[in-house]
Ligand binder design. Structure first.
Ligand code: S3P
Length: 194
């Protein structure tokens, strides 16, 4: 898909457990661009975990706040690498905002693989259910078409984060790659991502 002039951020989307954070950090280390995790940004602003916010607010209000945080992060003119919460694609406004300023990469893995990675995890409120594998299958079915609107799709079932990062780096349009790398030149004090 042709990239517009405003495409500047590199955005990772995909289900919980697909490795967005590890891959995002590896890409940030490689490029020198800052790394932003939308869940971490939400937790930092509210000084509460995502689990606590789900418990206190419920999912709908969490999504509203997630939308605001995402819009703020994307509005920054300075290119960044973003990993997003798995549910970010559900709101059409988020998908439009991502499309307007980001090169979007979908990290795809099967629900079975994700389940193996997450079966002992207690930090994902949506999976604290009697049958988390079925939850993952249902979420994937509901979101698949949205994830597939990405500019590129990388199958991450078997690759390590560093290898996934290298593969993504090769696929990014040159204009986006240059913008991400230029953060080091423009901000010479920056030696590593924050
Ligand atoms: C969610 C994914 C989580 C987090 C919240 C809801 C989802 O982020 O935003 O638990 O709806 O898929 P990760 O994808 O980073 O785990």
């Amino acid at each position: 898909m042709p990239q517009s002039r405003t495409t500047r951020h590199l955005v990772l989307v995909g289900m919980m457990g697909s490795g967005k954070s590890s891959v995002g950090r590896a890409l940030a280390a490689r490029s020198g661009a800052p790394y932003i995790d939308t869940d971490a940004a939400i937790e930092g602003r509210m000084r509460k975990t995502v689990s606590a916010l789900f418990a206190e607010w419920g999912e709908a209000r969490f999504r509203e706040f997630e939308r605001e945080v995402l819009a703020g992060v994307l509005a920054d003119e300075r290119p960044a690498i973003l990993s997003t919460g798995g549910g970010v694609v559900v709101l059409p406004e988020n998908r439009a905002a991502l499309r307007a300023s980001g090169y979007i990469v979908y990290l795809r893995a099967s629900p079975e693989v994700l389940y193996q990675r997450l079966k002992r995890d207690t930090s994902r409120p949506l999976l604290q259910k009697p049958d988390p594998l079925q939850v993952l299958r249902d979420l994937e079915t509901a979101r698949k078409a949205y994830y597939e609107e990405a500019d590129t799709i990388v199958d991450v079932s078997t690759m390590r984060p560093r290898v996934v990062a290298e593969e993504i780096w090769k696929r990014i349009p040159e204009s986006v790659r240059c913008g991400l790398e230029s953060r080091l030149e423009r901000e010479p004090g920056r030696t590593s991502p924050p």
